[in-house]
Design a binder for this molecule. Structure first.
Ligand SMILES: NC(=O)c1ccc[n+]([C@@H]2O[C@H](COP(=O)([O-])OP(=O)(O)OC[C@H]3O[C@@H](n4cnc5c(N)ncnc54)[C@H](O)[C@@H]3O)[C@@H](O)[C@H]2O)c1
Length: 351
C-alpha cells in the first residue's frame, strides 16, 4: 500500500512511518517541520526504497494538491497537528489554523484527488485524533465511540472540530474515511516538552520534576509502537466510516506514572544517595486540567483483534532505556523555543 502520512517527522507519525516501511508499505511523509519535528526520527528509513519525504504545510492547499498528484497514494494517515495542550493555552491561533483549517485543506485535496482517480473504493482517509475530545471523566466510566464530544482546551476543541469536518466530508461527499481517537502516548522519540520525557530528562539533570496540581489526574497510557500497530491495522482493515477508540488499558495517575519512572531510573542509573523521586515538585495546575481520561477499547479489540502488547511499567522501562541510550537525540532538541520552560499557565496575552 502507498501511504501518505502527514506529521511523519513528529512523535507518533514517525513511529507509523518506521513501522509501515518495516511492514513493506510505501510511505510519503508530508511534514512542515515545525518546532516539534525531527527528521532524525525517521533516519532509520530515510534510504528505504519505498520512502519519500515532502516538506509541505497543511495550511497550503496548493502544496497538498501537488503532493497528491505526484505520489498518487492509496490511503492517507493524517497526523499532522499542533499537539501540545500547554502551547494551545498560550497561543491558540496556530491550533485553529493547523488543526482545523489544515484538516479542511487535507480533506479537500484528498477529495479532489479521489474524484479525479475515479473514486477508487479502496481509498481511505484515516484521521488520527485524541480522547481529549470527549472531555473529562469522574472517578468511574470510560469513553466509548459514542460518548458525546465535550472538549475543554483550545487543543481538544480544535481536534474535535477536525473530527467533525472529517465526518461531514464522509456524509456529504462520500469521502471514504476512518477515524481513531487515542489516549496519551509515550515511548521513544517523544519530544522533550511532554510529561514522560520531561520527567526522565529533569531527573537525569538533577532538576526538580514538576507535577501539575496534586498529581491526581489520570491518563490511560499507550505505548507509541502499540498505537502505530493499531493505526496501520485500522487503515487497512477498519470498517468504512467507522471510528475506533485506542487505549493502553493502563490507567495511572500522573503521580503514579512519575514515581514509576523514578523507580526505573533508580534501578538503571542509581544516585549516590536517595531516589530520583526526591526531585518531585508540585507546581501550579494547568487551567482547565481534565481530571481523568479512560478508553473503552472493546470495539477495536472485538472487531479488529487489537490489544496493547505492554503494560505501562514494561513500556516505561523500554522508554527510559531509549532515553539513556539516545542522549544526542534529545540534547539537540532541548534548545528549541519553549522547551524546558513552564508553558500554559493561562497568563499569556491574547493573540
Ligand atoms: N501524543 C499523544 O499522546 C496524542 C494523543 C492523542 C492524539 N494525538 C494526535 O496524534 C497526532 C500526532 O501527535 P504527536 O504527538 O506525534 O505530535 P507531534 O507534535 O510530535 O508531531 C506533529 C507533527 O506534525 C507536524 N506539523 C505540525 N503542523 C503542521 C503543518 N501545519 N503542516 C504540516 N505538518 C505539520 C510537525 O512538524 C510534527 O512533525 C496529532 O494529530 C495529535 O493530535 C496525540
Amino acid at each position: 500500500m502507498k501511504l501518505l502520512v502527514t506529521g511523519g517527522a513528529g512523535f507518533i507519525g514517525s513511529a507509523v512511518v518506521r513501522q509501515a516501511i518495516a511492514a513493506g508499505h510505501e510511505v510519503v511523509n508530508l511534514d512542515a517541520l515545525t518546532y516539534a519535528a525531527c527528521l532524525d526520527n525517521v533516519a532509520s528509513v530515510a534510504d528505504a526504497p519505498g520512502y519519500a519525504f515532502e516538506q509541505a504545510d497543511i495550511r497550503d492547499r496548493a502544496a497538498l494538491e501537488a503532493v497528491f498528484a505526484k505520489h498518487q497514494p492509496d490511503a492517507v494517515m493524517h497526523l499532522a497537528a499542533e499537539s501540545h495542550v500547554d502551547r494551545s493555552i498560550d497561543g491558540p491561533g496556530d491550533f485553529i489554523e493547523t488543526n482545523i483549517t489544515g484538516t479542511f485543506n487535507m480533506l479537500e485535496a484528498a477529495r479532489k484527488y479521489w474524484i479525479e482517480a475515479g473514486k477508487p473504493e479502496a481509498f481511505r482517509f484515516h484521521h488520527i485524533s485524541t480522547d481529549e475530545v470527549f472531555g473529562s471523566l469522574g472517578a468511574t466510566g470510560q469513553f466509548t465511540e459514542t460518548t458525546p464530544y465535550d472538549p475543554r482546551s483550545p487543543y481538544s476543541a480544535s481536534k474535535a472540530a477536525s473530527d467533525h469536518l472529517v465526518r461531514a466530508w464522509a456524509e456529504t461527499y462520500g469521502l471514504p474515511v476512518v477515524l481513531t481517537n487515542c489516549s496519551n502516548n509515550y515511548g521513544p522519540f517523544h519530544f522533550p516538552e511532554k510529561l514522560v520525557p520531561v520527567v526522565i530528562l529533569n531527573a537525569l539533570a538533577g532538576k526538580p520534576i514538576p507535577i501539575y496540581g496534586d498529581g491526581s489526574n489520570v491518563r490511560d497510557w499507550l505505548y507509541v509502537e502499540d498505537h502505530a500497530d493499531a493505526l496501520l491495522l485500522v487503515v487497512q482493515k477498519g470498517e468504512l466510516g467507522r471510528c475506533y477508540n485506542i487505549g493502553g488499558e493502563n490507567e495511572r495517575s500522573n503521580l503514579e506514572l512519575v514515581q514509576t519512572i523514578c523507580a526505573i531510573l533508580d534501578e538503571k542509573q542509581p544516585l549516590e544517595s536517595g531516589s530520583y523521586a526526591d526531585l518531585i515538585t508540585f507546581v501550579t495546575d494547568r487551567p482547565g486540567h481534565d481530571a481523568r481520561y479512560a478508553i473503552d477499547p472493546t470495539r477495536i479489540r472485538e472487531e479488529l483483534g487489537w490489544r496493547p502488547s505492554v503494560t505501562v511499567e514494561q513500556g516505561l522501562e523500554k522508554t527510559v532505556q531509549w532515553y539513556l541510550d539516545n542522549r544526542p537525540w534529545w540534547q539537540a532538541l532541548q534548545d528549541r523555543a519553549g522547551v524546558g520552560t513552564r508553558l500554559g499557565t493561562g497568563t499569556a496575552a491574547a493573540q
